[in-house]
Design a protein around this ligand. Structure first.
Ligand code: GDP
Ligand code: MG
Length: 451
């Protein structure tokens, strides 16, 4: 999904990583690239212009946090703007109505309406425990009614039959009456589409909308049509008040122009995305998660934010100064680092937000979590101040005493000494480094050690 955009933005932002800080000139260069990337992704021009301007202002105005390098700082701004342009948060379906809540589907032919009726029915049934009925008011193609019937049967949704001699308004009203008698919670009404917007189709769906007064009117649109998706949505919205958009075929869309244009151009929220042909391939649309996917970063941003918010910057700066003066990273410093990680919710909490870590079993994550941090801290607490400052003192008898003091095994003491050595080496590498670098290093080490 949106792979081209991911690659393009990724390489653009990576170019910034090597640079010391954000400057007017590297911001300008980067934003030119971001602009190109968005245009190539078929994002609508007004959206691109606005997007680039906001990120640029943010970057220029931002007193860059010492704990973030310029690449990260800009990623954060781009991420925030991606989320904002897609609508901030997921907007749920509104089903507050006298049952049955009526959902009307609109859209061009082939957009995926009928498939989405089935997907949504399934989703409402499974996740919201709703009793769902579906009906087709597509009287132009007998096959369309049959298509919905087959899907409904497969999914055990109530299907209200219709035929091409009936009027769409009658079909819908009959279904709603029947649904009331069966105490259904939701009725989803499928409609006919055309290849293009035409007055006849608009007239028909307007009439249907007026007759059944749906609580949700969802515009179904093919993601691969890019910014056209936003323009068609706008045209539909002028004819009948849409309450939301469902973006289909996101699985086949490498660009993402539709996802990024629709909210800005129409003011309507994308409520779901379709991510495959099967009926389970429907996801609530979460702007923040999609933004993370676009940036190819799992939920890295939350992690960066946490480092920004929770890391003790004064301590980090003090440590950085100390190391840069050539002083060595001792066990007390190590303990400080461990305590900071504990403050951030432990290693497990961080790992969850790393890209590609979603598949690591929970048990493994917990193994490297807070318990381990607490035990490491306990080992260091069991050492004398002198030992913490001069770890080389710690030999045979001292090791035994330390292990006994914290109720752990000799090998636990050895392990912490080994980890400390690794950290010390890393600190030398990052002699002038900052907190973010250190945190990355720590995580790398932890993973390396356990897996
Ligand atoms: P309608 O004319 O708007 O009712 O569109 P249909 O529901 O009949 O779907 C048209 C085609 O798009 C069918 O082949 C569907 O399988 C396919 N389709 C619908 N949604 C998705 C999706 O999210 N991903 C993929 N890959 N195909 C989809
Ligand atoms: Mg259809």
């Amino acid at each position: 999904m949106f792979d081209n955009l991911t690659d393009r933005l990724g390489s653009t932002l990576k170019n910034l990583k090597g640079q010391g800080k954000l400057t007017e000139s590297n911001i300008k260069d980067t934003m030119r690239e971001v602009r190109m990337a968005l245009l190539e992704a078929d994002v609508a021009l007004p959206v691109v212009t606005d997007f680039v301007e906001k990120v640029k202002q943010g970057a220029l105005g931002k007193q860059v946090q010492s704990s973030l390098n310029p690449g990260q700082a800009l990623i954060k701004l781009v991420q925030a703007e991606l989320v904002s342009v897609m609508g901030e948060a997921n907007e749920e379906l509104n089903l507050n109505a006298n049952p049955p809540a009526i959902v009307l589907m609109a859209g061009l032919q082939g957009a995926g309406k009928t498939t989405t009726v089935a997907k949504l029915g399934r989703w409402l049934k499974q996740t919201k425990k709703k009793k769902v009925g579906v009906v087709s008011a597509d009287i132009y193609r007998p096959a369309a009614i049959k298509q919905l019937q087959t899907l409904a049967n497969d999914l055990d949704l109530v299907f209200f039959d219709s035929d091409i001699t009936q009027k769409p308004v009658d079909i819908a009203n009959n279904a709603i009456d029947a649904a009331k008698k069966q105490f259904l919670d939701v009725v989803i009404v499928d409609t006919a589409g055309r290849l293009h917007i035409d007055d006849e189709m608009m007239g028909e769906i307007k009439e249907l909308h007026a007759a059944i007064d749906p609580v949700e009117t969802l515009f179904v649109v093919d993601s691969m049509t890019g910014q056209d998706a936003a323009n068609t949505a706008k045209a539909f919205d002028e004819a009948l008040p849409l309450t939301g958009v469902i973006l289909t075929k996101a699985d086949g869309d490498a660009r993402g122009g539709a996802a990024l244009s629709i909210r800005h151009i129409t003011g309507k929220p994308i409520k779901f995305i379709g991510t495959g042909e099967k009926t389970d391939a429907l996801e609530p649309f979460h702007p923040d998660r999609v933004a993370s996917r676009i940036l190819g970063m799992g939920d890295m941003l939350t992690l960066i934010e946490e480092i920004e918010q929770k890391a003790d910057k004064k301590k980090a700066d003090k440590l950085a100064r100390k190391i840069s003066k050539g002083k060595s990273f001792n066990l007390d410093d190590f303990k400080d680092q461990l305590l900071q990680m504990q403050n951030m919710g432990g290693v497990g909490a961080m790992m969850d937000k790393l890209p590609g870590m979603g598949n690591v079993p929970q048990g493994v994550k917990e193994g490297v979590d807070d318990k381990m941090l607490a035990r490491q801290i306990a080992v260091i607490n069991s050492m004398t101040l002198q030992e913490r400052r001069f770890p080389d003192l710690i030999k045979g008898n001292r090791k035994k005493r330390i292990a006994a003091g914290c109720g752990q095994e000799l090998q636990d003491v050895n392990r912490i000494l080994k980890q400390h050595k690794m950290m010390q080496k890393m600190m030398k590498k990052f002699a002038k480094g900052n907190m973010a670098n250190m945190m990355r290093g720590i995580k790398g080490n932890m993973r390396g050690m356990r897996m």
